[in-house]
Design a protein around this ligand. Structure first.
Ligand code: C2E
Ligand code: CA
Ligand code: CA
Ligand code: CA
Length: 279
């Protein structure tokens, strides 16, 4: 009836309104949390599979809320994408990565890489280049130790500007990886044009390797292709000894996942590091 139609419309608009409000609310909460210093990084080891040596870490953001406890990144990062607050968190994270490298250096752990996740809006922000060149000056650090992780989705958002920004950051010395490879709009044409150093094979393929032939073939041919392109390859989400063994057989260079190590809170990292240098 006319009535229920009207209700449906107002319900829909009510839901929309609530979603918008929730986004603004969350954005404000995140901004407050930044000011109260509630964010930290957990660092997940990445290991050279052949030698068992530590290659570096992926930095994963953690929000410890005073009332609600631990809030996982999947519950706030995608929701504040394209907001100014997302940019602020992004800059917090990049600066933190430089700080961690400096700390590692001071402790004598040199040459390790730190991978930082960048969202699309961050990557297209005109302040990104000046911000990063400032950090290089302030921290006097070699940017080749900082790996910027982009997803396929980020890359295709604005391909011309993305390529331009990547080339400038590459010239400054940063390295690039493509995250969740194979899950987005896989764009081999873009891959060819981009200054990419590392490809990260998504966890969904790695987890199926042992009992799904399609996953096994995807992982194996991705590794072969990446190596032929002169890039390095990381297998994400390695959870079992069986997966590790298969990856070793496929000459996958780097592994990351719970089987190797859970992400380690930065506060615990420095004391734990001596026993994490060799796996
Ligand atoms: P991602 O970049 O794909 O990161 C890998 C996620 O897989 C992390 O979840 C990690 O804890 C989890 N993981 C690692 N090994 C395993 C495994 O063996 N099995 C399983 N089941 N999971 C594993 P996390 O920390 O909850 O992060 C989720 C996502 O949030 C990330 O996915 C990334 O997209 C985003 N994210 C995290 N930190 C940041 C950040 O600082 N900035 C931005 N823009 N996004 C971030
Ligand atoms: Ca990532
Ligand atoms: Ca990933
Ligand atoms: Ca993911």
């Amino acid at each position: 009836s006319k009535d229920s139609g009207g209700n449906k419309y107002s319900t829909f608009s009510h839901v929309m309104q609530k979603a918008v409000l929730r986004k603004v609310e969350l954005e404000n909460e995140v901004r407050d949390a930044l000011e109260r210093d509630e964010f930290s990084f957990a660092l997940q080891p990445q290991v050279e599979i052949a030698s068992g040596e530590l290659f570096g870490f992926e930095a994963l953001i953690r929000w410890c809320h005073p009332d609600r406890g631990f809030i996982p990144p999947d519950e706030f990062i995608p929701l504040i994408e394209n907001t100014k607050t997302m940019l602020e968190i992004g800059y917090w994270g990049l600066k933190k990565a430089f700080e961690i490298l400096q700390k590692l250096d001071e402790l004598g752990f040199t040459g390790l890489k730190i991978a930082v996740n960048l969202s699309a809006s961050q990557f297209l922000d005109p302040d990104l280049l000046p911000f990063l060149s400032e950090q290089i000056k302030v921290f006097k650090r070699d940017p080749s130790q900082i790996e910027l992780e982009l997803t396929e989705r980020t890359v295709v958002a604005d391909i011309d500007q993305t390529l331009d920004t990547m080339q400038q950051l590459k010239a400054m010395g940063f390295i690039f990886s493509i995250d969740d490879f194979g899950t987005g709009y896989s764009s081999l044409a873009y891959l060819k044009q981009m200054p990419v150093d590392i490809i990260k094979i998504d966890r969904s393929f790695v987890s199926g390797m042992s009992d799904n032939n399609a996953d096994m073939q995807i992982v194996s041919s991705t590794i072969a292709m990446v190596q032929k392109l002169g890039m390095q390859v990381v297998a994400e989400g390695v959870e079992t000894a069986a997966q590790m063994k298969l990856l070793q057989g496929l000459h996958c260079e780097i592994g990351q996942g719970y089987f190797i190590s859970r992400p380690i809170p930065e506060n615990d990292l420095y004391a734990l590091l001596p026993e994490k240098l060799q796996f």
